[in-house]
Design a protein around this ligand. Structure first.
Ligand SMILES: [Zn+2]
Ligand SMILES: [Zn+2]
Length: 244
C-alpha cells in the first residue's frame, strides 16, 4: 500500500472498523478474533453448517434435508455479530475493498475448501442491481480469492432476469423466485474447456437456504461434464444458531 494511501485511508479492522497501525497488513485488530464466528467440528457434509454432536460424521443437517440441497461446500463463518456487520458494509455500504481481507481470512480459515478447484465461479447479480450497487460482491470476492490461491476466476454465469430480493422469502418461494434466473455467458463452453481438470467452485458472500447455489449449479451442470460442482461462501446464515 502506498504511503499516501496509508495516510488518507488508513487500514481498518474488518470486523470492528477500528484503525490499524500504519502499514499494518493485518486484517483484524488485536481485540477482534474469529472465534465467535467459527463452527464446531460437527458439520453438515452439504452446507457445512452445524449438526448435533451425537450425529456421526457425514451427516446432513435438517435444513439441507428440508431444502433437498445437494451441492456440497464450505461456508467459512457464522453470519452473526461483527461478521454480519462487516459483510453488510462490504455489500451495501460501498466497502468493495473488504474483498481482499475477507479472501485472506477465508483461505487461512480453511485452505482445503480450495483444493481440487479448477476455477472460481462468482454468483452473478442482475444488471439493475449492479447499477445501484456499483459492483458484484461475489465477483470481487472471487477475484480476491484468486489472488490468494492462484485459482482462476471463470465469470461464466449471468443473471437473465431480475428477481425479488431473496431475504424476505420463504424457502419454497426462494426456489420459485430463482428458477431460470441464471444463464451462461456466450463463451462459457470454451472457457471451461481451457481449464485444467478439477471442480467448479461457486463463490458467493452468504449461504442461506442454498437455493441460489442449487440453481447456479443446475445451470452449470450441462457444461460441467465430469467436473464436480461445489461452493464456497464467506458466511452461513442458519435458521438456528447463525443469527444468534
Ligand atoms: Zn477489530
Ligand atoms: Zn446442511
Amino acid at each position: 500500500m502506498s504511503v499516501l494511501k496509508n495516510i488518507l485511508f488508513p487500514p481498518r479492522c474488518l470486523i470492528c472498523a477500528q484503525i490499524l497501525p500504519p502499514f499494518s497488513d493485518a486484517v483484524l485488530c488485536a481485540e477482534c478474533s474469529l472465534e465467535p464466528y467459527r463452527f464446531g467440528p460437527n458439520r453438515c457434509r452439504i452446507c457445512s453448517g452445524p449438526v448435533p454432536e451425537d450425529k456421526a460424521e457425514g451427516q446432513v443437517c435438517a435444513a439441507c434435508l428440508m431444502h433437498g440441497s445437494t451441492v456440497p461446500g464450505r461456508a467459512m463463518f457464522r453470519y452473526t455479530g461483527g461478521m454480519r456487520e462487516a459483510i453488510h458494509r462490504f455489500k451495501y455500504e460501498d466497502q468493495a475493498s473488504y474483498a481482499q481481507g475477507f479472501a485472506r481470512l477465508a483461505v487461512e480459515e480453511d485452505p482445503t475448501a480450495f483444493q481440487h478447484a479448477a476455477c472460481l465461479v462468482p454468483i452473478p447479480i442482475h444488471k439493475s442491481r449492479l447499477r445501484t450497487r456499483g459492483y458484484n460482491q461475489a465477483l470481487l470476492l472471487a477475484q480476491a480469492l484468486s489472488r490468494e490461491t492462484g485459482i482462476p476466476v471463470a465469470d461464466i454465469l449471468c443473471r437473465d432476469r431480475a428477481t425479488a430480493a431473496q431475504n424476505q422469502l420463504s424457502s419454497h418461494a426462494r426456489r420459485e423466485n430463482l428458477h431460470g434466473a441464471f444463464g451462461m455467458v456466450k463463451n462459457a463452453d470454451s472457457t471451461l474447456q481451457e481449464l485444467p481438470a478439477g471442480d467448479l467452485l461457486l463463490v458467493d458472500d452468504i449461504y442461506t437456504s442454498g437455493s441460489t447455489i442449487e440453481e447456479a449449479a443446475r445451470t452449470l451442470r450441462p457444461l460441467a461434464g465430469e467436473r464436480k460442482i461445489r461452493f464456497c461462501t464467506l458466511a452461513l446464515k442458519t435458521a438456528a444458531g447463525g443469527e444468534a
